[in-house]
Design a protein around this ligand. Structure first.
Ligand code: FMN
Length: 429
């Protein structure tokens, strides 16, 4: 079991925020899996992202990898709040109370909107507390069983000992590479600070909030150092007043000693997909469960094996008198608007996940884990890393842990295999 601030994650495996964690049915299935230790929602915006047919995913034929051109979830945050409330107030299939944490992935382009989203999540956490304290009443929603098992007496004992608000975390997605004209802010860390200010204020108003940051793959050392330098600016020395307002317990280190400095950020999720990647149609196939698509990009609507057939090649220019001395004209890459497109994704470029991402994800996890572990500030040393990127097997998950991940997560494998992905990671199939 791994504890990340208030979240107990057992087993230490989660789904990464992704298109297969979009709606209630998908979240329910992830929540019910005995092989997930927490569930992470797809990234929500306040109003929902307007998706179109250019937002999609394709899988590589040769490796367990994906490219996707999705933005954020089409469902607004309010839907996720309702769904998470239902997950955390409905007994599990065996009648036991829900104890698995849910991390709500969010993003916003302005601090004002982010502040509203955080406030709405805080309202959900308060609502859960109210429901749980009322749940000793047998007519409470938490007693409405999904199975025939009547576990209400054990639930009653349980709800009196657990603070349900501690089952809900927030992950700020700072790193989606697919938003037109809006590069991931975490590649220019100072751009993130107005959003981090919002999260930091929410944390210091209520230190029972668990907050993570979803980061992109960084390509060189100074980027990691810069991220930690900025995150460190949010550390504060502990004052007892911080723990008033209903947060009675003083946080302690694993050895029982009192925590003296706090940082709002409990974990870094490394990494998001690597942007600007390209697969040709003949290298890819589509999500077999996506009814809008064929199954094979190279033989279906977008396919061609012959790039020349995909579009007009520039006709060779007539030789000019100077042609013997001029350089060879550059190749003309095809346009994504050609029909049929030669590319696996409609915009051509997208974010790369899966096996192809694994070495850079391992490198990011390793670098952050080392830098965090050797930092002079104990609050920074407490920040955990969730290792994401090419976790497609039991061995890959073990490599992530060896590189410094406390918890591992996957998206591409989930897209390929459904929730069976977590059995694969556990080594059961
Ligand atoms: C189809 C798809 C959709 C994704 N959507 C999100 C998202 O909404 N929010 C987010 O933080 N990451 C998103 N990701 C990135 C994943 O969380 C993950 O960081 C990345 O895919 C690397 O993990 P993998 O190698 O297991 O795929 C998405 C990835 C895929 C493949």
């Amino acid at each position: 079991m791994v504890k990340i601030h208030t979240l107990h994650i057992e087993p230490a495996v989660v789904n990464a925020s992704c298109a297969w964690a979009s709606d209630y049915e998908q979240l329910r299935e992830l929540y019910d899996s005995p092989h997930t230790g927490a569930v992470v929602t797809r990234t929500a915006t306040f109003n929902g992202f307007s998706e179109d047919s250019s937002n999609t995913v394709a899988f590589a034929k040769e490796t367990v990898s994906s490219v996707n051109s999705y933005g954020y979830s089409p469902h607004p945050l309010s839907n996720y709040l309702d769904w998470v409330y239902t997950l955390l107030t409905t007994p599990c299939l065996d009648g036991s109370p829900p104890v698995k944490p849910v991390i709500i992935s969010i993003t916003a382009s302005t601090p004002t909107v982010l502040a509203q989203m955080v406030e709405d999540i805080q309202s959900l956490r308060k609502r859960l507390r109210t429901t749980y304290s009322a749940s000793l009443n047998p007519s409470s929603p938490i007693h409405s069983n999904r199975s025939s098992t009547n576990a209400s007496s054990s639930q009653a004992a349980w709800v009196s000992t657990i603070d349900p608000a501690t089952l809900v975390g927030i992950e700020l997605n700072t790193s989606c590479p697919n938003i037109k004209d809006a590069p991931p802010p975490s590649y220019t860390f100072p751009l993130l600070l107005p959003l981090l200010d919002v999260l930091s204020s929410a944390f210091y108003a209520d230190p029972s909030l668990t907050i993570g940051l979803k980061l992109p793959p960084y390509l060189y050392t100074t980027r990691f150092a810069e991220a930690i330098r900025f995150i460190h600016t949010y550390t504060r020395e502990l004052r007892p007043a911080v723990f008033l307002n209903g947060n009675s317990h003083q946080p302690t280190e694993a050895d029982g000693s009192a925590i003296r400095s706090l940082n709002p950020f409990a974990y870094l999720a490394c990494t998001n997909t690597l942007g600007s990647c390209l697969l040709f149609a003949e290298q890819a196939f589509y999500d077999p469960r996506d009814p809008a698509r064929g199954t094979d990009a190279s033989s279906a609507d977008m396919a061609t094996d012959d790039l020349d057939a995909a579009g007009p090649s520039p006709s060779p220019s007539p030789p000019s008198p100077a042609s013997s001395t001029s350089s060879t004209p550059p190749p003309q890459p095809p346009s994504p608007s050609l029909m049929p497109s030669p590319f696996a994704l409609p915009p051509a470029l997208g974010g790369l996940g899966g096996e192809c991402l694994h070495p850079i994800a391992l490198g990011n996890v390793y670098t952050f884990a080392r830098m965090l572990a050797t930092h002079p500030d104990p609050a920074i040393r407490r920040i955990r890393v969730i290792g994401i990127g090419g976790v497609t097997s039991h061995a890959a998950a073990a490599r992530m842990r060896a590189a410094g991940a406390s918890v591992v997560g996957c998206a591409t494998l989930l897209g390929r295999e459904g929730v069976r992905a977590f059995e694969i990671i556990a080594g059961h199939s």
